[in-house]
Write a protein that binds this ligand. Structure first.
Ligand SMILES: [Fe+2]
Ligand SMILES: [Fe+2]
Length: 313
């Protein structure tokens, strides 16, 4: 018997992952060729999609123009860094793989390839914007904490996949809103559409494998999903637009950031963006209805069984 010619058993998960790989292979989009163009010089997002919307600030047209550009730059920066952590985690998963013919490894290679293309396109956005904002956490002590945290995250698969879901669901909602609004910069709309279309496969993959990742997860990893993950995802959401952004247009950085963070509109956005992550974990059996951990309840605005609670309760 020639073992190398023996196909892997066609488990449903394997079949699904193979289909996702085929879809990736059929639609290779090289942004340098297929997504040409640049951002315009104006306001990139409509007023209602700015983070400060609902705060009743009296901003000039120029302040809103600059703010929109700095907000997109801050989100784009965070996106590039997030995708790099994801690539590192997936690369480690491949390096530790026992069977390199596992269809998941092929999909991870597709996903890493797609992310690096997204990152190059995102860099073009940053080159167009040339942001001025200084991230207040860009200091040696925070870099040290960040390095330690990333090292911990990428070696805990259940935590990593939970954060992958968070890091994909949150931008998906923001990009959907921007792509669907007629006043969004036309090139930014194109970028958002392209990115969402590829991320849809990544989300399908993450949702599909989470049950298996969870089944094999260590106790420490499982505990981290219940307690640490919602805090990290909340932090990622809050820091998409960092305090330095507001300082560029003359507003007090941390003060404005805190107001944004607590604003009704922003809280509702956070709930809407993070509920699908909780739903995926509940579908996977990682979190049970009736015992949704406190961190997840507060992140997603839900009760103990995972049902949305009215704002302000
Ligand atoms: Fe991406
Ligand atoms: Fe992705």
């Amino acid at each position: 018997m020639i073992l190398t010619d023996t196909p892997r058993p066609g488990a449903p998960l394997d079949d699904k992952v193979r289909r996702l790989s085929s879809a990736s292979a059929r639609r290779v989009i090289e942004p340098d060729v297929d997504v040409p163009g640049h951002l315009g010089d104006g306001q990139l997002l409509p007023d209602e999609l700015l983070s400060v919307s609902g705060l009743d600030l009296d901003l000039t047209a120029e302040q809103k123009r600059v703010l929109s550009r700095e907000e997109i730059a801050s989100i784009t920066n965070a996106g590039i860094a997030f995708e790099a952590v994801l690539e590192a985690g997936f690369a480690l998963e491949i390096a530790r793989g026992r069977d390199m013919t596992d269809p998941r490894i092929t999909f991870l290679l597709h996903e890493i390839g797609e992310e690096t293309r997204h990152q190059r396109l995102f860099i073009r956005l940053l080159e167009d914007i040339r942001p001025q904002a200084v991230h207040p956490l860009d200091k040696p002590v925070f870099s040290f904490i960040e390095r330690r945290a990333i090292a911990q995250i990428i070696q805990r698969p259940a935590l990593l996949y939970t954060l992958v879901l968070g890091g994909e669901e949150i931008p998906d909602l923001l990009q959907k809103r921007a792509a669907e609004h007629p006043d969004t910069d036309p090139f930014l709309r194109d970028v958002n559409r392209y990115h969402r279309q590829e991320e849809a496969r990544h989300l399908s993959y993450a949702r599909a494998v989470v049950p298996d990742v969870w089944a094999k997860a260590s106790r420490v990893d499982r505990r981290a999903v219940a307690t640490v993950a919602p805090k990290i995802i909340g932090g990622m959401f809050d820091m998409l637009v960092h305090p330095g952004v507001y300082e560029v247009i003359g507003l007090p950085g941390w003060e404005t950031w805190k107001q944004v963070r607590a604003s009704e509109k922003r809280v509702a956005l956070r709930h809407e963006a993070t509920r699908p992550v909780l739903a995926a974990l509940m579908d996977a059996g990682a979190i049970e209805a009736g015992s949704v951990p406190a961190g997840w309840r507060s992140l997603c605005g839900v009760d103990g069984v995972g049902e949305p609670v009215a704002a302000g309760t």
